[in-house]
Design a binder for this molecule. Sequence first.
Ligand SMILES: [Mg+2]
Length: 233
Amino acid sequence: MNKKIKLITFDLDDTLWDNHPTIIKAERETRKWIEGEVGKIEWGDFNDFLSLREQLIKDDKSIAWDISKLRKEIFRKKLSHVTPGEYRDNIVDKAFEIFISKRHDVKFFGGVKNAIRDLSKKYILGVLTNGNANIFKFDIGECFEFSISSLEAKDSKPNRAHFDKALTKVKDITFDNMLHIGDHQINDMYAANSLGIDCLWFNINNGWEQRFEKPDEFSDWNKLLRVIENKYE
Ligand SMILES: [Mg+2]
């Protein structure tokens, strides 16, 4: 029997847009600005980033889900030789502002905006993201009833906090009335599936690697409305 879907929740990064080039560009431009202010910095590689992150989380648990704070604290560590501290903090704040602005310089996948607009006429739409992009900074933000980031959930998907919080945003709703759409096999598909929430996998070119049954998938946003109509209407 088909479920009665009332609420559709969406992941953002790599679901509505290709996140990798956006972040790389934001990172590169922010670093360039910082170096213009204080001179050359040893940024380190991805492994350095991971160990620094681990160290920061040890000192402050909230950094695990507050990725904006994580980014600021990483800048602060990399600028530890810059004095006085007040000047350093100022650079960190400005660098973060630059980063977050560039981070929203995204290119939506083809068909996203129309699909979101069409779906918003029939369903309540929400965002569940582990990232720090803000859907309300885009014109299609007006189609969404709510957005829950890891900062608000104080946790990250695949844990259930985002999904539990979604239920508090909409009247008379249960997980049976929800459909979650995302790209990530664990953070989105496994997370939703393990709560009994229907899910739809946005998949451009990957094989299914999980032990549970592969959910229905789509690779073209222009076809999403039809996929949902066929499944639920
Ligand atoms: Mg994603």
